[in-house]
Design a protein around this ligand. Structure first.
Ligand code: HEC
Length: 167
């Protein structure tokens, strides 16, 4: 009886493992696709992979920043950036293979679990529909890099996106 139960559990485990695209949650999506570079705690590797923790939550304070965050994950980015006073000049591939719902889930995980201190009051999580409309028009890696700079410049003086600037 015990043996039967164990093999039934093993069979279920095999079925789950055979469906890599069916992510249980934003957290498992992050673990499988993002943690290798940005690290499981989202702190990144200084000089190589920028932190996502205690930084990107500030973007969702403006509509332009909210759009950038979807764009950078959808389309990737390359070019020099500063984050928490450290320079990065790498390349992130596009994650266009992630569905709108998966992209919303992974961003919501990064925001609510790694950036709770920076979120604006009344923060609304991304929905699949919002992601779909924001990623409808394709941007190149370089255009996303320019968009990041624009978002940071626009908030200059307001201090709202300070973590991403040199300081
Ligand atoms: C192979 C390594 C790698 C993986 C995997 C990766 N990234 Fe990145 N990511 C980078 C690099 C490098 C940059 C900075 C690119 C540059 O210097 O222009 C970056 C930048 C970012 C930024 C912009 C940060 C900022 O300060 O504006 C976000 C957001 C982001 N990644 C989210 C993700 C998410 C979500 C995933 C998983 C779906 C992911 N990344 C997977 C390497 C990676």
């Amino acid at each position: 009886m015990k043996v039967l139960a164990a093999s039934a559990i093993a069979a279920v485990a095999v079925i789950i493992a055979a469906r890599p695209k069916a992510y249980a949650s934003g957290a498992s999506l992050f673990a499988q696709n993002c943690a290798v570079c940005h690290q499981p705690n989202g702190h990144g590797l200084p000089g190589f992979y920028p932190p996502l923790a205690d930084t990107v939550g500030a973007y969702v304070r403006t509509a332009a920043g909210r759009a950038y965050l979807v764009h950078v994950v959808s389309f990737g980015m390359t070019g020099a950036i500063m984050s928490h006073g450290v320079q990065y000049n790498g390349l992130m591939q596009s994650w266009s293979q992630l569905s709108d719902a998966d992209l919303a889930a992974v961003l919501n995980h990064v925001l609510t679990d790694f950036n709770s201190r920076l979120l604006p009051a009344g923060f609304k999580p991304y929905t699949a529909a919002e992601v779909a409309s924001l990623r409808a028009r394709h941007l190149s890696l370089g255009q996303v890099h320019a968009e990041r700079a624009m978002v940071l410049d626009a908030s200059h003086g307001a201090g709202s996106i300070a973590p991403m600037r040199a300081h």
